[in-house]
Design a protein around this ligand. Sequence first.
Ligand code: AMP
Length: 409
Amino acid sequence: MVLSPRLVLVVNSGSSSLKFTVLGAEGGAPLVSGVAECLGLAEARIVFKANGAKTIVDLERNDHTGALQAIFARLDADGLLSRVGVVGHRVVHGAERFSESAVITPEILAEIEACSPLAPLHNPANLIGIRAALEALPSVPQVAVFDTAFHQTMPRAAAFYAVPMSWYRDHGVRRYGFHGTSHRYVSAEAVRFLGLPADDHGLVVAHLGNGASATAILNGRSVDTTMGMTPLEGLVMGTRSGDVDVGAVTHVARLTGLDIAAIEKVLNKDSGLLGLSELSNDCRTLEAAADEGHAGAILALEVFVHRLARHIGGLATSLPRLDAIVFTGGIGENSARIRAMTARHLAVFGLVLDESANSTCIGGRIGRISRGPGPAMAVVPTDEEGLIAADAARLTGLVDADETVRRAI
Ligand code: AMP
């Protein structure tokens, strides 16, 4: 039997790690996935996951190319490599240049590179993964899927900071938004699940994981979002501060002499749930500690929820009508407690939590967790890899446009 080359390899290349997933072009569960960790260090290794089993392989060559070579060797041994028809890459920043996914050509590569000053930690790492994949699989088409693209529909009023316009003209300073792939996938799934009309709905999607952002979506288009020029703005995150008065930051810099790089590190790595609780960035750990009366954990969860509810309320003002609030991400999909706390803050919208549905809607289950005539609350598991694979397959003709539109958009 000849198997058709209808697999998609999805690559998410970070500075010191590279995640991958192999999926059927028509969707479905991953055939194999994994993550290469500690790249650049002697202990670099890959964890492969397939059929519920994990295997760990030490990397002989400890860079991104070495990681991809090891991944390809494994796929080859599993008889999957020759069936990979396209590679889909997650790219963090597409600035104003990319409002949708793009088949990678030398020109597109140059444009992604031109976006790098806006995401100096992320885009160069994404590009390393793309170049390594192009080198290893030169005859397989590759597609870039951007975190920012979905938010390019934001109106100017939502996109601009009230700073001198020369900052925008000279340095690209404006709000771009991130997690676009998740917001796009989850909003489409929510519309389908809740039976809302595709061309007449208003949603707020809260993607709550280690990174967190919420987006107002009007008829399938992003009209406002909480992350800004970088993924630092907005909600409280695992280790990122989210919104903070810039005056507080300059005050601390003046008093302590911390330079810009040190301040950036504090706000990105030492703040958020971790900074508030002085215990952990992990919501599960904080919930357990809060149950034991840990004051820092209790405060961290309260600030997290307060900020989230305040942003959801603000985002709703970009919509003519709020049909539903949709939770996703590790916390959104699993923490009945955070959802219940948020629902209490949102009583002003006429939301009524269905306690029993809320407590059972965990572990990747889709469901409605509200009752009554007010806006719905729902939980919809995200699938960023699935949407990257769907875009990659559609743009390279691996599947019919209609098929992927039905599935993912
Ligand atoms: P993500 O970045 O989407 O993988 O989400 C990671 C976050 O989800 C961490 O803060 C985890 O503690 C949180 N999380 C995962 N499972 C649960 C759970 N059962 N209850 C509360 N938080 C959870």
